[in-house]
Design a protein around this ligand. Sequence first.
Ligand SMILES: Nc1ncnc2c1ncn2[C@@H]1O[C@H](COP(=O)(O)OP(=O)(O)O)[C@@H](O)[C@H]1O
Ligand SMILES: [Mg+2]
Length: 537
Amino acid sequence: MADPGRSDGPAATALRERDRFAQILVLFGRHGLKGLAARLGVGAAREEPLENARPEAVVALLRDIGPVAVKFGQILAMRSDLLEPEWVDALSRLQDRVPPLAFDVVRPLIEEAIGGPIESCFSHFDEKAIAAASIAQVHAATLLDGRDVIVKVRRPGIERIVDADLRILRRLARIAERRIPEIARLKPDELLRHFAESLDREMDLSAEARASDSIGAFLKDMGVRTARFDWELSGRRVNIQQRLRGVPATDLEAARRRNLDLTALASTYAQAVLRMIVINGHFHADPHPGNVFFLDDGTLGLIDFGAVGTLLPRRRQELVRLGLAIASEDTGGVVDILMLWAGDPDVDRIRLEEALAELIDRFSNVLLEQIDLGDIFQRVFTLLREFHLALPPDLALVLRTLLTAEGFVRRIDPTFDIARELAPLARDLMRERTSPARLRGEAGKLLAALGRAALSTPSLVGQIEKVARTGSITVTLAPRDLERLRAGLGASRANAQLYPAAFGISAAIVFASEPLLAALLALLSVGLAISDWVRRR
Ligand SMILES: Nc1ncnc2c1ncn2[C@@H]1O[C@H](COP(=O)(O)OP(=O)(O)O)[C@@H](O)[C@H]1O
Ligand SMILES: [Mg+2]
């Protein structure tokens, strides 16, 4: 590992990097991965098939290389669209837990951050860490005014280690991308670039405080609380936050003993995760039970905003298109989006369309309560792998967050149906954006927006119509309204008839019954589309 004490400068950095590279090569050998090293052109010129690189060996190698490699492995563990299940299984065993630093080391870091001795700020400071990960460790303390807080301290020297190891990993990735087609397919350089960005945010403990506050403001009205941060005492290296009191969501036994309404909590949690992603566009990207509390006042607490994700408006629109295409069984439209996401790879389009049609057909007529989301995901992942259709990293993060959430609610309540949570979300999306009062006030604006949206998404109305016609939504969509909508959207100037038409659609959807997955996707898509039009005003 890089020595934080050494002097810096380009020459020293290069030297350190060479040493580190040599060290890593030794590790390749130790785990029986000389063949891989050779193919990377960094070991002895010995050709060995890549199949010899067993997942367990590579995972052990990552563990030995250190925290950056471990964290990268954890990211890869979420990529079922890229990696076979045996790799995903092995990688998900990686743990970013390390022995805590002694308090002698931690004390000066805290005193520097608060600008004085510990006693000048805290009436009590727990010297034993609650948790220690590779980037930071966490202590409980009490401020002089009696408030219980959590103090997060970044490990000293971690910046340099992260820097050096990221550079080496990126170098290896670039070589691999040139020399090993099996690895090039995974676009390791793009993966690492995205990884480096999120690592950078995680290294800045004040970014966690900002994310917690801004996302917390969005969650407040939903019965979800986040810890208040102490801004004066928080910076890049240390942050201080209110200590939440409650049952950790990892301890379901304790929750049951206290007679907490777990089904209600699961629903609040699912709504929070979905709405953070779909409505807020800025979301907690690691909502596993270890980061969730059932609070004493019956609300839910969410901590640990080190990893956050963003759903850009452009992606949101792509998801809308995908949702409508799936719901209307338009496999060509689905293929277009998947190809766009994968960077237009060279695939057999006809065969892909066939495979998709089969998949969509399998699920399109199944009642929602009979749909097994896990099964759907497995099949979709297999298809993505087979056709080399990798997801862009930002969407992979959305998906991972949803899968984490789904795993969590299933643990709380095995009969819980996350897809069902989409219905009220879709309804709210449209109610919020198209309530009669709001529409009256904003009719003009909405019309102009609809007109513009039509220019950028001319097939949208056609899609909505197709969805309605396939009967997958049991709605009464007045043909007259649809006509008007189409006429209005086709016209170059926004048409005043659009307003009742848009309202007609939303009203119809609100009364949709017999929810099928396709219908839900369509609902959500239309909701998102409408709210986008309005928002773009
Ligand atoms: N605001 C908080 N209130 C109560 N406990 C907390 C709070 N923040 C952190 N903790 C405790 O510290 C542990 C580690 O903190 P966390 O922010 O999740 O960091 P990481 O998981 O990245 O190490 C949590 O699992 C929790 O037990
Ligand atoms: Mg955590």
